[in-house]
Ligand binder design. Sequence first.
Ligand code: ZN
Length: 307
Amino acid sequence: MRLEGIHHVTAITGDAPQNVDFYARVLGLRLVKKTVNQDDPTVYHLFYADELGSAGADITFFEYPGARNGRAGAGMVHRVVWRVGSEEALDFWLDRLAAEGIASDREGGSVRFADPEGLELELRVAENADEPLVARHPEIPPALALQGFDGVRAFSLDPRASRRFLEGTLAFEPRDGDTWEVRGDRRGGFYAYDPAPGPGVGGAGTVHHVAWASPMGEHEAWRDRVRAAGGGPTDVIDRFYFRSIYFREPSGVLFEIATIGPGFTVDEPLDTLGEALSLPPNYRHLRDRLEGVLTPLPTTRELAERR
Ligand code: ZN
């Protein structure tokens, strides 16, 4: 069994309208699902991805309205790395970010910057033949667009403590330094550690967890394997768009293993993904009340007028 790279990355935002503006308008991802936090339906859970809402391209945000910015530290993912197709794509992004007043650093095949709440992001020229997972955007030619995740970097106080679990239980393949490749039949990505600057503080602009992708038929077996290694996984939780288990790896980073499918078209058509508020079945009777309390978000049309 091999995990198929990253399924999604989930972070925290204190400002959902600004978050939609940045990820959908500036970065050109598609808002593929506008739903609520399954533990607190009065706040959003927003999902951005490629055109099809694919695992491997999906960054999601829990909204905590007005939350203060946090700071990544030991046991937290501190940077999300996306692929782009070429050095020309990096040129394009340097210009586009500068036009938005966003500072960036270019260094050997990559561009680094931060989202409006301080979450570190990086675009790297792809070094493999994985299918590019691209969203359509009127100002971003498909050849220059983001192509899905390359990997995530986390802070660890002691990467050696995680090695046996990552390699022996999760079948991560060691690469240079404190870096592993997580590659299945169709797709892969990397997981890497940097030395921790100290303890972190959760909050806006920090990553909550990273989810690795499992084919539907292997999900229970992954849970058994994590449990056998003392990883303490949760029960399988039905997230409606996928099924999930959660556990902390030895460095403290919250991992999820999520199924590839059933996917975001389970409750709305592909053409209009993300336009209406989607509610899981157990919250559908609350629709009127929730639509009254959720933060108003810019529509696709309103975003287009800001161009
Ligand atoms: Zn998740």
